[in-house]
Write a protein of this length. Structure first.
Length: 642
């Protein structure tokens, strides 16, 4: 099975991901003058920005997106960063950054970050069962097919992936593809499977979020204990990452969420020293967030916007800073539009296009929504009470946050947004929530990130308070170790076991035959790759799991996504009338146009539901124009007799 790779292939895929995620960003960051924690934190975002711009622009120039063009684009970014840095050093000499943490503090933060990454990794793998497991949600096949499409065709455009499902007279939707572009390189270079590629990306997400918050604390001169505590608390809530890993999974959204805190980092660095090098980093990081997903840039504004408010109204600040900051941000906004106009106009076209926007149903009353946030409990049977206790301490000691107090406003805004979305379908609420498809799961994830940070502040403040009330001979470092490890202990490893069990719902079940994509269906789709010659298509049902066929075997299917919105006319005709192939000239013409030679059927639905959602595929087993060539317990393959 391609979804059961070896340990060696897992290590190879992880190593390749770290290479494509790290090397371009590191080189660009070094050229722009970044060092230390800020360089480490911004590296992934810079790499996604490079890939996210390289793909669409190479497509616009008629060039393929591949390892070569990605490397050339990286060289261009490094050269621009180096040139702007040289210009900055000559005309605007940078001030040496102060030493924030002691060597002991640095190592303590590193240990906390590694522990948070390891426990987040464990929770994700526990939920999946193994790296390479197939995600059962409806968003997964679109990403899986898209990664293989880019790797196979070199088409890095913003509409290319959609042509797998919306071909012919179908209208493929705009979709930001930085995530898929880097994953395509990883897939090509590692030689692993598509499910393995997606899973390796997913298990690193908690660690990326923890790293982003560590860099946030470092940039705002917070204590090392706060950075370590924030890293630990960020990977503990089930709603920040694991729910949306299970449901969907929402790959680009989760990636953007993990990198969103970095928006405040680059924004502060630029406004504190308006210069070409800091402006370049702000521009590239903002565009990178947009290239990951359109909603991520809006989320970054919601997250970092309160930072501006604190700059303008805090004691000692002068209101003329308001005008200076806006004036400084104007050229960045103009340059961002020029650099990312393909993404911006694509997003505007999606918002005003034919794709229907229905939103999601309300979940419950606003008071219940607030309770879910404070109890760190969405649809889970039990709240995560130790996080709630830490959050309470964070509010009690809130004034100690200093320059990071604006995070409280971020938590308030995102929390109220979740409460509104989860309790109301009013037109205004749905309009404001459109970048996130009015999805309560996305909003609760966005709200949990700042709340988890405040919980981390609560843990760090407990250490500081105890240290202040004990005799001076008790070392503060010993107290920090005891408090941080104590929090890990009382949460039973940052809730890794229960978080993994929640994630498992989206990947496996006690009986594999109850999954959307069963092992038998997977084996049948892989067999198609051995049977079907290049260029021939397969007729399939939209909801029997066979939309994974292209990702697993490279064979095109009539339906390549479970989203049946505005399907191509040929796909609609065949779904309704395929079994009339012998008597219906329109069906025969559609089969010829798409070069369909095969039929694949996955496990039928249980009565009283119809076995397949496509009426044209119901009861075809005895039709004379079909010849069965493969069958297992859950899948059957037919060849069309010509």
């Amino acid at each position: 099975m391609p979804s059961e790779p070896t340990l060696l292939s897992d290590v190879a895929s992880l190593a390749v991901l770290l290479l494509v995620l790290g090397l371009p960003g590191v080189l660009t960051g070094l050229a722009a003058g970044l060092r230390g924690w800020v360089l480490a934190g911004l590296t992934p975002l810079l790499s996604y920005a490079i890939a996210g711009l390289a793909g669409p622009w190479t497509a616009a120039m008629g060039l393929p997106f591949n390892t070569l063009t990605f490397c050339v684009t990286t060289v261009v970014f490094v050269a621009v960063a180096f040139g702007l840095r040289r210009l900055t050093v000559r005309r605007w000499p940078p001030v040496a950054e102060p030493r924030v943490w002691s060597a002991r503090g640095q190592w303590g933060v590193i240990v906390c970050l590694l522990l948070a990454t390891a426990l987040g990794f464990y929770a994700a793998v526990r939920g999946m069962g193994h790296l390479g497991a197939i995600a059962q949600g409806g968003d997964a096949p679109y990403a899986a097919n898209g990664v293989r499409y880019i790797a196979t065709t070199g088409d890095g455009s913003l509409f290319g992936m959609g042509t797998l499902n919306w071909y012919g007279d179908g209208k493929p939707p705009f979709y930001p593809n930085a995530y898929h572009l880097l994953a395509a390189l990883q897939y090509t270079l590692s030689g692993g499977s598509i499910p393995q590629t997606l899973d390796v990306n997913t298990v690193l997400l908690p660690g990326l979020l923890a790293l982003s918050l560590v860099v946030l604390v470092r940039e705002f001169r917070g204590r090392a204990v706060l950075a370590g505590a924030a890293a630990l608390t960020s990977v503990a809530p089930v709603m920040s990452m694991y729910e949306s890993m299970s449901r969907g999974p929402l790959y680009p959204f989760l990636l953007g969420l993990a990198l969103t805190p970095l928006a405040a980092v680059v924004l502060r660095r630029y406004l504190d020293r308006v210069a070409p090098d800091t402006g370049f980093l702000l521009l590239v990081c903002a565009v990178g967030l947009l290239c990951i997903h359109s909603s991520t840039l809006f989320g970054a504004v919601l997250f970092a916007g309160p930072l501006l408010l604190q700059r303008w109204v805090s004691p000692g600040a002068r209101w003329r800073r308001f005008g200076r900051d806006l004036l400084a941000l104007l050229p960045i906004a103009v340059a961002s539009v020029l650099v990312a106009w393909l993404q911006l106009f694509g997003a505007l076209g999606l918002a005003s296009g034919d794709l229907p926007y229905l939103g999601w149903p309300s979940e419950w009353r606003a008071t219940n929504a607030i309770g879910a946030l404070l109890g760190f409990q969405h649809w889970e049977p039990h709240p995560q009470l130790w996080l709630s206790a830490a959050l309470l301490l964070g509010f009690v000691f809130f004034r100690r946050l200093g320059d990071l107090r604006w995070v409280g406003v971020t938590a308030l805004i995102s929390g109220l947004a979740y409460a509104a979305v989860s309790s109301s379908n009013a037109p205004l609420v749905m309009a404001l929530a459109r970048p996130w498809w009015d999805d309560p799961y996305r909003f609760i994830s966005m709200a949990i990130v700042p709340l988890a940070f405040i919980a981390g502040h609560g843990v760090a403040s407990l250490q500081a308070w105890v240290s202040e009330h004990l005799p001076p001979r008790v070392p503060a470092v010993i107290l920090a170790v005891l408090v941080l490890l104590g929090f890990v202990g009382v949460t039973k490893g940052l809730y890794a076991t229960t978080n993994g069990d929640r994630l498992a719902v989206g990947y496996r079940s006690p009986d594999p035959r109850n999954q959307n994509i069963t092992p038998g269906e997977e084996a049948g789709m892989v067999e198609l790759g051995h049977l079907v010659p290049a260029g021939e298509w397969v007729m399939n049902d939209r909801l029997d799991g066979s939309v994974w066929t292209y990702a697993l075997s490279g064979v095109r299917t009539v339906a390549a996504h479970d989203d049946g919105t505005a399907p191509p006319s040929d796909a609609l005709l065949l779904a309704r009338h395929f079994k009339e192939y012998e008597t219906n000239p329109q069906v025969r013409a559609a089969v010829a146009r798409l070069n369909i030679h095969w039929v694949f059927l996955g496990k039928a639905a249980a009565p009283p539901d119809p076995p397949y959602t496509s009426p044209g595929l119901v009861g075809i087993a005895e039709l004379p124009f079909l010849q069965q060539v493969y069958r297992n317990s859950d899948a059957v393959i037919y060849r069309i007799k010509r």
